[in-house]
Design a protein around this ligand. Structure first.
Ligand code: NOJ
Length: 708
């Protein structure tokens, strides 16, 4: 996909000086040039800038980043194209993570939709809006698998499962890049943070990681593999080290695995500051050494460090870096620029779009992302139910947009108070203090966490609901009224200290521009909830890490999530409050027995492409039409590398009308039944596989397959 531009890239390269080549590997931010526009223009004119990041600081997630300034970007681009000797256009990038003007659910929430078709459609909308502001490249999707919700950046990724992460990776890349990178509405995606940043120890941001090879290949790498297979143009190297080697200086990761095993053809950009951090990490002696080690590892574009531009020319003169190495990196950058049509169209196409269409897609995705965690029958509310709304998030707007919202407008985002007063005019009241609670049927509490508790550099040590909110919940419960909790959160919280006081819990996440409208529709049954947990919800924060796809321990009677095994905690078992894949509906889905068409298949047949069919009948026995996410898990009972007790291998989100039965089929082949060894070799081994099909990861509706 990118290599087809090699010949043209090499032609361009053959006419470039060393300093122009190094300029192509230099990404800058404009902020330091405030008031020094002439200096900036001269740098661009001299061929010293390959790319500009439209951000003013390294931790852009929750900090104001300034508005986009299309006119300025056009002016600067004109200088690169018309006044620099090579005329190579710069590529503009911005952190357009889960929305640009229209804001869609945070990525963790959109994973909860289990609806990658809808995610792809929304990410296409995001690309169109970004392009209209001259943004040609986004630093998204973030694909870090995360098992520790204390890490604030869990909000930005797809959760704890490699298959779900892979599906979301494909959807985001296809949405951003489309079928053709040159097409109107396409921008370049960036799979980040490669590799393992989500394993930051203790959930502390920028901390070290401890990752076994088996974990790396089986859990962390799959989403990146999916992004590469979907044609992602760029990959961002992460800050962390693996096995003592910072990834940004690790040839094993950036070259041997990424290019050798995954077949990546685009270019690698560092995270902001990651090149010079090789020195702080004690991996390089000085900035010169940082540049040398990063380039040698396979790092192509230096984000805002100036390490490359300041050091590579001298390193070549000293013979410590070959011009050939630099050529390789420049060629990769040029191939992406050519593939995206930047030379033919350096200024972006400013596609027109209908904001209302984008908002209605945002609404659909937030409808499907919210998870009904608990319902004792109070929901959906009847039209004449008298509602009292309270809680610290009832009037909140900005938090609903979530972390990494640079260009979405909080002022234009309805809050829950507005959405409910529109929906339930006449029967709705809002008070801050639960005043006159006797005069209502149901109390709705808007609780959760501020967006600034999530995102980059914003981890928390305690993921439970804070004390003041728990007190409010208890007070509401003590009124004797039924209490519905609407949780606005950027991660799974540990709700063991609060869940019991609610009659219903709707987990609304930070779902973007349409969050409050979706909540109102779901509370009244105009939308039937269908989101599923993309992560495990622990009872207590001290139960972290708790994730579903664990391997079995050697203890007998080893229960799922460990809860029945010997070796649970003396002060209470750690069964999750809500397991992975879980979520309620207003209707009732009944499952028939999981069936396997052939009880056995030979390894040879699998290798030659045979797929085994599994099926289940699902009947909607309730009173609402609704969507059900039918999930298939496998357990490879004996293997040379011990396998998880359950691994999600496929799912289908199906719409089933009330009274209707649908047969849902799955087809598993060679690519589904195997695993990666510690060397990264893919193996399918003979033996017994238990296959589980059901509503969530705890299902025991099983069938058996023998691979012979
Ligand atoms: C640092 C973050 O880790 C990364 O995700 C982001 O894309 C860059 N800063 C650029 O803002």
């Amino acid at each position: 996909m990118y290599k087809e531009y090699l010949t043209r890239a090499r032609e361009i390269l053959s006419d470039m000086t060393l300093s122009e080549k190094v300029g192509q590997l230099n990404q800058i931010t404009i902020t330091p040039y405030t008031g020094k526009t002439d200096e900036l223009k001269e740098l661009i004119r001299s061929g010293g800038v390959g790319s500009i990041i439209l951000a003013s600081s390294a931790t852009a997630g929750n900090d104001p980043q300034g508005h986009v300034n299309v006119e300025l970007y056009r002016d600067l681009q004109r200088i690169a194209v018309e006044q620099s000797r090579t005329g190579i256009p710069m590529i503009y990038g911005r952190d357009v993570i889960h929305g640009h003007r229209t804001v869609y659910p945070i990525p963790l929430a959109s994973a909860a939709s289990f609806n990658e078709g809808l995610v792809e459609r929304c990410y296409r909308n995001i690309a169109v809006e970004a392009l209209a502001d001259s943004i040609r490249w986004t630093f998204s999707p973030m694909l870090d698998l995360c098992r520790d919700p204390r890490w604030g950046r869990i909000a930005e990724g797809p959760g704890e499962d490699p298959l779900l992460g892979s599906r979301m990776a494909t959807a985001c890349v296809k949405g951003f890049q489309g079928d053709d990178l040159k097409a109107d509405g396409s921008i370049v995606a960036c799979a980040k943070h490669y590799l393992g940043y989500g394993a930051s120890e203790g959930g502390r941001d920028y901390a070290r990681t401890e990752i076994s090879d088996v974990t790396l290949y089986n859990y962390i790498l799959p989403a990146f593999r999916a992004a590469v297979d979907a044609g992602v143009g760029t990959v961002m190297s992460s800050f962390n080290d693996i096995n003592g080697t910072p990834v940004t200086g690790g040839r094993k990761y950036l070259t041997d695995i990424l290019r050798g095993k995954l077949g990546f053809e685009g270019f690698v950009v560092s995270d902001w500051g990651a090149v010079c951090q090789l020195e702080h990490a004690g991996f390089a002696e000085n900035r010169e050494d940082c540049a040398k080690k990063a380039l040698h590892a396979g790092l192509d574009l230096d984000m805002c460090d100036k390490c490359y531009i300041e050091n590579l020319p001298d390193l070549v003169k000293k013979g410590e870096v070959t011009e050939q190495e630099i050529d390789t990196a420049v060629t990769r950058v040029l191939c992406v620029k050519l593939a995206m049509g930047l030379f033919e169209n350096p200024y972006g196409k400013c596609a027109n779009y209908d904001k209302n269409v984008h908002l209605s897609n945002a609404k659909l995705l937030s409808d499907e992302s919210m998870v009904l965690l608990k319902n004792n029958g109070v929901l959906p509310l009847k039209k004449d139910t008298k509602i009292l709304l309270s809680g610290p998030f009832a009037e909140e707007r900005r938090t609903l947009l979530g972390t990494w919202t640079l260009d979405g407008s909080a002022e234009e985002t309805p809050n829950l108070r507005e959405a409910l007063s529109q929906k339930a005019a006449g029967v709705f009241r809002y008070t801050e203090e639960l005043k006159d609670a006797e005069d209502c049927d149901v109390i709705v509490l808007a609780v959760g966490e501020d967006y600034r508790k999530t995102g980059e550099n914003h981890s928390v040590s305690d993921i439970s609901l804070d004390g003041a909110q728990v007190e409010l919940v208890k007070k509401a419960h003590a009124t004797g009224k039924r209490v519905v909790g609407v949780f606005f959160c950027g991660r799974q919280m540990a709700l063991g200290n609060a869940a019991g006081f609610f009659d219903a819990i709707l987990y609304a996440w930070h779902c973007g521009s349409k969050t409050a409208c979706s909540v109102a529709d779901i509370l009244f049954g105009d939308v039937v909830p269908s989101g599923r947990t993309p992560v495990t919800f622990p009872q207590k924060p001290t139960h972290i890490p708790l994730y579903y796809n664990v391997t079995s321990s050697g203890r007998p009677a080893n229960g799922y999530y460990g809860e029945l095994s010997q070796g649970t905690y003396d002060d209470g078992d750690y069964a999750p409050l809500y397991p992975f894949g879980y979520g309620l509906s207003y209707t009732v889905f009944e499952y028939g027995k999981a069936e396997c068409a052939d009880g056995e298949v030979s390894l040879e047949e699998l290798k030659s492409g045979k797929k085994v069919t599994f099926s289940v009948e699902v009947t909607n026995k309730g009173d609402y039409d609704g969507k059900e996410t039918v999930q298939l898990y496998i357990s490879d009972t004996v293997a040379s590398v011990i396998r998880p007790i359950r691994e999600l291998k496929d799912y289908k989100k199906v719409f089933i009308k009330k009274g209707e039965t649908k047969k849902v089929e799955f087809h598993l082949g060679f690519g589904d039944l195997g695993f990666y060894s510690e060397n990264g070799d893919y193996l399918v081994e003979k033996g017994k596989f238990n296959i589980y099909i059901g509503k969530d990861c705890l299902t025991d509706n099983s069938a058996v397959l023998y691979v012979i």
